[in-house]
Design a binder for this molecule. Sequence first.
Ligand SMILES: *Cc1c(COP(=O)(O)O)cnc(C)c1O
Length: 301
Amino acid sequence: MQSKSQIVQLPLLTEKQISLVVKREDLIHPFISGNKYRKLKYNLLEAKKRGHSAILTFGGAFSNHIAATAFAANEKGFNSIGVIRGDELKDSWHHNTTLRKAHEDGMVFKFVSRQDYRLKEDASFLSELKNEFGEFYLVPEGGTNNFAVKGCEEILTKEDEEFDFVCASVGTGGTVSGLINSSFSHQAVLGFSSLKGDFLEKDIRSMAKNKRWKLMSDYHFGGYAKISQELVCFINDFKEKTNIPLDPVYTGKMMFGLLDMIMRDSFVKGTKIVAIHTGGTQGIAGMNSVLKKKNLSLLDI
Ligand SMILES: *Cc1c(COP(=O)(O)O)cnc(C)c1O
């Protein structure tokens, strides 16, 4: 499975003499976009090997991971159970595009309060879930574990050797860790954090096999899934100029941060950068419903 690379042309890049390529991992599969597919690949193989027939995982209402797990589990012949954050969704989930699609892919939901959701790693909560649903293979929230990192090591290929920097968005850090592990020895990896969290640095250190990386933590726009009018305008403008749709939770923040760094001369002239488009565009419709309620302008679809 290999993705296309697209050269980005913007006046800023010409002016600063930086070459920027976007690796379109968002296009590797029509439904399971980007890194969530990579992260599930070896997990589903492992689940099969251990003889499981069901996959259980955790996620929020617009989660790319929930959407990807439902689809991939179904495709590979597993049942899937999604433990969803927010018990108020129990009655309204069919208005949510992400959950509706996951349901069509056969996912069974269990809606839990924000309080109970925090127990997602708790042994007694997990055994309660086993009583309710039977045996399952557990994929953690966001999909990150060693199998996921292994899957993300396959994003970079020989043709990416020409780049000096590899950039990606960071949620749990699984994806960027895979990139770090498979990067070439002359490359550095920049992770752009999409959330506030001092724990990320440590998490990545535990999964990364070298030290050629840096976590950029100034571009989270207030936290996970927080979004401003400035970010919406940036994403719409970037799409108009490059034809590349970015998502508001992850890749939009990464690209905003990367172009800001270029503007501030963080890279020397002639630097070649590849930015990984990790997907997530399925979440745009959901984010628009949130923006609409706040009377803010919407993301172009
Ligand atoms: C989940 C996700 C990420 C973050 O991946 P992690 O491995 O959790 O760091 C980045 N981009 C998109 C589009 C995602 O869905």
